[in-house]
Design a protein around this ligand. Structure first.
Ligand code: SF4
Ligand code: SF4
Length: 345
């Protein structure tokens, strides 16, 4: 089983459009969208979800209001400013029924048929003044360090696993796909990328598929490293700009460091032919073989808007360019052992 990972030094280079087009060309494969921070392959492939699963990663603090005595130790010691004070009225609004601390609304005094002020005052004292404010954790700011859990004198803080996103196994018109969505402000996208690849590999094994085609994340950070390690081949998509050249260098060096064979495709090459020449020359020095150029064509954007891959939308020159790149890449993928990069210096 071979695994092709398509990456770019930054977003917006046309990587996903190329993966979607490859999906239309590859007969026996599982698709994996590892761009979990900004997944968009599903917009073109319109998957029908077969299985939806929670992605749990890290922990978050949750203050149990019925146990909290309002000492404020957690607020003082949280270095991420994730603990806030709110009024009891806000707390009741946030958490609904079950919050019974006194908010001095006075309704009991006015409506008590016995006018038992002594009793009312005793109840107000027991539940009221000390609890006019309550302590809550802002889940977006909480980094899950656990300091507040240790420090709370009455152990009023729970520390459950955090649901950081979802991953899916779906059917598309081009075959099965594993994809994911990281939650807002959630981290650990590298772990989610590894999970998506692992599930894609399992699916490919179960269904006896020949290829895994991965839409990788942009950049060179942890998610990219998680998407590259152990791949058969990495295709770096770049654009003919100075930043494209710089991004290519960074990703190619990363691939070389992990000894993943790398090839390069320049997208929209005709916007700057001189820069395309320079990028391909630089790629060779980084042991990344140029495998083709893809011209600029408005049909690519029009295809995205129509929810299709460019190969399904148009049969013009850009489709031929992509077919040529795929022919070069798939020829390399058929090799038992693609040429290994030289050792990192
Ligand atoms: S777990 Fe850490 S970051 Fe989260 S609220 Fe507690 S002290 Fe703050
Ligand atoms: S440390 Fe515990 S008891 Fe004190 S305010 Fe925080 S949650 Fe409440």
């Amino acid at each position: 089983m071979k695994e092709l990972v398509v990456v770019s030094g930054k977003g917006g280079t046309g990587k996903t459009s190329i993966v979607a087009a490859f999906a239309a060309l590859t007969p026996s494969k599982v698709l994996a969208d590892c761009d979990v921070d900004a997944a968009d392959l599903h917009l073109v492939l319109q998957p029908e979800i077969r299985s939806r699963n929670e992605f749990r990663s890290g922990h978050e603090a949750v203050i149990r209001q019925d146990a909290c005595i309002g000492c404020g130790a957690c607020l003082v010691n949280c270095r991420f400013d994730a603990i806030r004070t709110v009024s009891n009225a806000d707390l009741a609004w946030m958490f609904g029924a079950g919050i019974h601390a006194c908010n001095d609304c006075d309704v009991c005094v006015r409506s008590c048929p016995l006018r038992s002020l002594d009793m009312i005052n005793a109840m107000r004292e027991a539940s009221g003044e000390a609890r006019k404010t309550a302590f809550v954790v802002d889940p977006i700011s909480c980094e899950g360090c656990g300091v507040c859990v240790d420090i709370c004198p009455v152990k009023a803080i729970s520390f459950p696993e955090r649901v950081s996103g979802e991953w899916f196994i779906s059917d598309t018109r081009h075959g099965p796909m594993v994809h994911a969505r990281l939650g807002i402000a959630a981290d650990n996208s590298g772990k989610l990328v590894s999970l998506v690849r692992q599930q894609a590999r399992q699916l490919a094994q179960d269904q006896n598929k020949e290829f895994i085609l991965v839409d990788g994340p942009p950049g060179i950070g942890c998610p990219v490293i998680a998407s590259l390690t152990g791949a058969s081949l990495v295709l770096i998509v770049t654009e003919p700009t100075l930043s494209g050249q710089h991004d290519l260098q960074r990703v190619a060096e990363l691939a070389r460091h992990f000894r993943i064979p790398a090839v390069v495709g320049v997208n929209k090459w005709d916007l700057n032919p001189d820069m395309t020449d320079a990028i391909e020359a630089a790629a060779v020095t980084l042991d990344a073989t140029p495998v083709g150029r893809i011209r600029y064509d408005r049909a690519v954007t029009a295809a995205q808007v129509a929810g299709k891959s460019v190969l399904e939308y148009s049969n013009n020159g850009v489709a031929d360019d992509i077919r040529n790149v795929w022919a070069a890449v798939s020829a390399l993928m058929q090799l038992d052992k693609p040429k290994a990069n030289r050792e990192a210096p």
